[in-house]
Design a protein around this ligand. Sequence first.
Ligand code: 3PG
Length: 393
Amino acid sequence: MSFQDFNFFGKKVLLRCDFNVPLDSQGKILDDFRLQRALSTIFFLRKAGAIIILISHLGEPQSIKNKRKRKKQLTLKPIGQRLSELLHEKVLFSKKNKGRFVRQMVKKMKPGEILLLENLRFDKGEEQNSLKFAKQLASLGDVFVNEAFSVCHRAHASIVALAKELPCLAGPELTKEFNFLSQILQNPPRPLVVLIGGNKTESKLKVIKEFLAMADYLLLAGETANTILSAKGLWPSHPLLPVEEIEMVKEINLTDQKIYLPLDVLASCDQSGQGIIRQTGPASVRRDEDIFDIGPETVNVYKEIIAQAQTVFWAGPLGLFEVEPFSHGTRDVALAIAKSRASLKLAGGGETVAALRKFNLTDNFSFISTGGGAMLDFLAGEKLPGLEALGLY
Ligand code: 3PG
């Protein structure tokens, strides 16, 4: 049955969203695009008389050892407050994501009411795709709706295991992204330029081989490029990388003419942008410096390639765009895509969308995907576990 045909009246709906939004160092929401994308589905469910239980993750809490710090930094409470402002509705918040406390809260809810549960990744079971955790979540609802396309590349409990515990439906926004990206994959107009930047290097390195086979040009920047430069000895002063990353980079053939790495970069000892910033080749970056943006020569090369493109896929900022002196690479290349004659311009991922919104360029793109890693995996032709769990393949 489809989402539109389902009778939600009086049903407790576990709605998996992706509220993993960019935050500043004080925990302030930098961009609420992913919250905005969820609004129409929440409104629809409210109107249909559902009892709405929103579930999501935020960040990577398991990487913060101190439990108190983790809870303070990555609680979903401020997300609930922002949602409430956007919806003009009360959004209840549960500081637990499972157990008696939540069950009691859900029991008291009436049709149309909205509850947001605490960060799912506070529970180790989420990332382990634990059946036990999925069952605990499932006990709160009657039906599971997945509206988090951007998390579907993760085999996590609220994405995969939960789909087996309750009747499950693909949310309308997820379906829209799935249909649009599937259509693109069939025959993108050429030349096809793929631009990959940002962090989460491991998930990006994983798909480079596929994109080299598929794209006409593969332009790299951000942490992804920096990792390759370092692993290939082109940024000799960089500290040693984790073995897994070195192994992944070994597979990438830099003599492939389609692949482009930064020729020059902006290096500094100070990531606040207040210190001395040097434009230099990666080989001359000093031990006390880090790379924070691509340099103007690289920007020009990337702009020339983009000017010839008919299709552009872009995920991940090219530098630390939040800091003005390091924002030029991302801004100039985003502008080049916006102005290009390409008939298909696709961008995705929390940070990339935040950059596009900051530069007021979202309207110049054909499609903005909520997914960064998920979009890249999908476009690289991989089967996403979350979409498989929904039976979409
Ligand atoms: C994203 O931001 O790409 C999704 O929210 C998934 O987050 P993750 O990369 O931390 O799993």
